[in-house]
Every structure is written in structure tokens, then in C-alpha cells.
Design a protein around this ligand. Sequence first.
Ligand code: ADP
Length: 542
Amino acid sequence: MTTGTMQDWPLNVWKLIDHAAQNHGTREVVSLTCEGGVDRSTWGSVRSRAKKVAAALRRYGIRPGDRVATLAWNTHRHVECWYGISGMGGVAHTINPRLFEEQIAYIANHAEDRILFFDLTFVKLVERLAPNLKTVERYVLLTDRAHMPADCSLDLVCYEDWIAAESDAEPWTEVPETAAAGLCYTSGTTGNPKGVQYSHRSNVLHAMAACMTDTFAVGARSVVLPIAPMYHANAWSIPYTTAACGAKLVMGGPNFDAPTLQKLIIDEGVDLALAVPTVWLSMLQHLEKTGGNLGKLTRTGIGGSAVPRSMIEAFDKLHNVRVMQLWGMTEMSPLGTIGSPTPEVAALPYDRQLDYRVKQGRGIFGVEMKIVDDNGTELPRDGETFGRLLVRGPWIVGSYFKGDGGQVLDADGWFDTGDVATLDAQGYMHIVDRSKDVIKSGGEWISSIDLENCAVGCPGVAEAAVIGVPHPKWDERPLLIIVRKPGAEVSADDVRAYLSDKIAKWWMPDAIEFVDEIPHTATGKIQKTTLRERFAGYKLAA
Ligand code: ADP
């Protein structure tokens, strides 16, 4: 072998923010804060303050490889901590505050977090958690002196005071590009959450891929709002991606309600915003009610759950906003596919284009995909045959933190996503279901996702969930659970009539139940486990 003669330039995440500060130093980083105001910062300032975080952590005695946790919303301070922790060789462990308290304690102990940075919102939560956090030595509250609580039982460090004492002149800590930079736990719907430890290299490669035209197509003139939280698979890389290209970064802090986000989108001139479908569902309802608009927004990135056709159409027709469907997972940093059209698809009539846009999208360079049957034999890419979806690539998990779950790759290095999907000749991937949610009826499969997405198109339906319930003859049959839009009177017969010409006859749900609310997981997905418990023993007519 002859070695190439190019430079070895390790892909460290701090190079992203160095680039942003040097080339886009005055470009804004705007956050709604937990104190209630708006903070207007810049990439230059975020880098300088991140360096101070790094210096404070070094002075305290954090060593490369140590885990430092955050329990925080998307704000400039959280971004500073993120870069500061990995910039001194530490591992930034983003904890999802929406997990059950026992799960938070479990993952903080499992990660052996030494320091916890947290937002004002979580003071009471952290007070309750602290007796069970076995390894946390220091609690740093992400605020200034004026907002420090007077009556907290913990010995709190004030973030602004802590970093004010430091200089931003110390160089970043040189660690190999393969060193761990971040840690994020899956939400553990089955068993304990498992940790995915991102490397500097995986995060930088993933951020570069995210900038590409057929991915997020962002650059120095873009204004991007990640509503997806930093604790949900790195806010889909946006705080890295925007640094790589010098885009303006806008963050909503603790706010997820439609009126606040709409105002932020308009005020800051956001052109791309990214969130899970449930967030956009409330936004569309809010806009319908108020007749409001979305300012300069031209695109949304939607992923985490399947995007209903009706949502894509509503954004197109009512708001002139293009939906880009994303699919991925915590184990994939998270990006796997995105729905940018091929020239052939772009040339189709609108309705035919939609048939492709409801699919999860095409693989981004860096993500290999294949579908296999239960024996591991590869299945054809014909858009119809479905099988277990396997993935391989430089930002896809190789093993879980501390080896949990054992060997997760097969002999050829493929990771099983737990999703069942089709692939077609143009590279489009379509998720049929999560393998544990698919409804097995008379030896055939019914996609709960397709049924749900069809049902939410029915007038008067706000949200829909489908679970399989035992059936004496067919093994399992679908039960459709619906939340009506406020004031709507849609009936089970209306829903059946709506579905009748849109789905195969044998897919028709055997029963339809109306509820006030459908439970969601900590990452905004429909919580099927809770629905299955609630409807356990549900009797269908034979
Ligand atoms: P969690 O921790 O909530 O499981 P992840 O975001 O890692 O969070 O979940 C990944 C899973 O979410 C995928 O395996 C897939 O089942 C589902 N998912 C993500 N994006 C989509 C999408 N666009 N359509 C359908 N399912 C999706």
C-alpha cells in the first residue's frame, strides 16, 4: 500500500466552532432564555464562552474521557457547554428531562457523570434527583447571579460567575478524532436506556453531510431553528451544522408552544425549522385557528415519526412551506435518509410526488442501507418487498456505551434498526413499521404507521394511533384510537367512510375508539406501550 500524502487533520468538533468564529464571527446565535427574555449572541461569543467552559472544567479537574452532563433546553449556554465539554476532551452527555426521574438517575449513574449543568426550569427536579445521583460532584446552574434561587437545598455553582473567572486563551485539548465527544441515551421503551457515544469524527462527518444540498441545504445566509432538542440526538446536528456553514442559529429555550414558536420564526426570519410531527401538528392547528403565517419559513425538516400526507399538503398549499421528511435514530447521530426528490420524482404531477414524499427519503452519502429477511438474506429493492432495515456507516453506532446489549453488529458490520422497510430502485426507503408495532393479521402485515397517517387526513381528526389487539381468528387486528380536533364531532362511521377508498379492505380497523389524549414518549412519539396497557383485554367481535 502507498500512503496518500495529504495532511492528517483530525476531525475534532471544536474545529466547527473555530471555523464559525473565524469566518462568521458576527453571525447571530439567538435564544429565548429560561429567565424569560431573548439573548442575542454570536458565533464569536459562543466560541469564546465555550473556551471558558473548557478552562473551568480543566481547572476543576475534569479529565479527557470524563462525562459531563447537561439537563437543558436549546439555548446559547447549552451550545457553549456542549463545545466546551468536548473541546477539553470531555464527553457531553445530554440528558432528556422528559424521561421518568428513575430513568434520569439511572442514566446519570450509568454514565458516571461528574458535573451536571442544568437550566432554571429543572431546579426542583434536580433537588429531587440529587440524593440518587451517585457520581455527580458539582451542580452548575445555567444562569446569572441575579437569577440564582435563594432557597435551593443544593450547593449550586452559578454558570456565569464560574466562567467569568476564566480566560478564553487556552487552546482546545487535542484528542484523537476517534475520541468520544458526546453521549446520548435511547429512550428505552423496552428495557433500560442504552448509551450511544458519538465521536468527534462521527459528529463532524455527520455535520458536513447535513449541510449538503440534498440534505438541509444550509449555508451562511440560512436562518435555522432546531425545535428538536439537543438532548434528542443532538438536535439533529443543527448546532454543529450551523457552525460548519455559519448559518444564524435560533433557539426556543424552554418554549415548545405554537404561538411562541410562530413569533420566533417571524421575528428572526427563520427559513428552516426542524421538529417532530406532533410539534407541527399543533402549529398547523394554531395557524388554522388564527389565520397566521410563518414569515420567511420556506422549509421544515420533520422526522422522529412518520409524516402524514395531509401535513405535507397543508404546509405546501396553505403556507408555501416545503416539508422535508427525515428518518434516523439516536444510534445514527441521527440522520439516515431525507426526502429530497430525484429529477424523475420532481418531474411527476403533484399527487404522484406525494406518493414519494410520504416515504422516509433517500440515503445520505455516508449511510448504506439494505433490507433482509429473518434469515439475513438480502431482499430486492423493488419498492414492494419489505424486510428488516440494516444500516452501516461512519456515524452509526458500533456498540452501546459500556458494551450494553452486547454485539450489535452482524459479521459484516450492519446494524439492525428495528424498523421494517421497503427500498426502491431510486433509493427511496419507506418505513412500514417498527418491527414491534407492525400488526400481524392472518399471516400478513398491516402497517400501523400507514393507517395512522391515513386516518389523520380525515376531517375532524387531530391525532390517530393504531395498535394490534388479539383476535381469535386472525391473530391480531387493528384498533384505531382517535383524538378529535377541538369542537369536531367526527364519528367512527365517518372515519370508516373516509378510509374505505384509501386502504386495502382487510386493513380496515375492526374498532375505533375516541380518547381525549394520546400519550407521547419523551421524544414525541406515540407511546404504544401505554396504549397497549390501556386497551389490554380489549374484545373484538369474532
Ligand atoms: P427514541 O429514543 O424515541 O426511540 P429515536 O429518535 O432514536 O428515538 O427513534 C428512532 C426511530 O424513530 C426509528 O427507528 C423509527 O422507527 C422512528 N422514526 C424516525 N423518523 C421516522 C420517520 N420519518 N418515519 C417513521 N419513523 C421514524
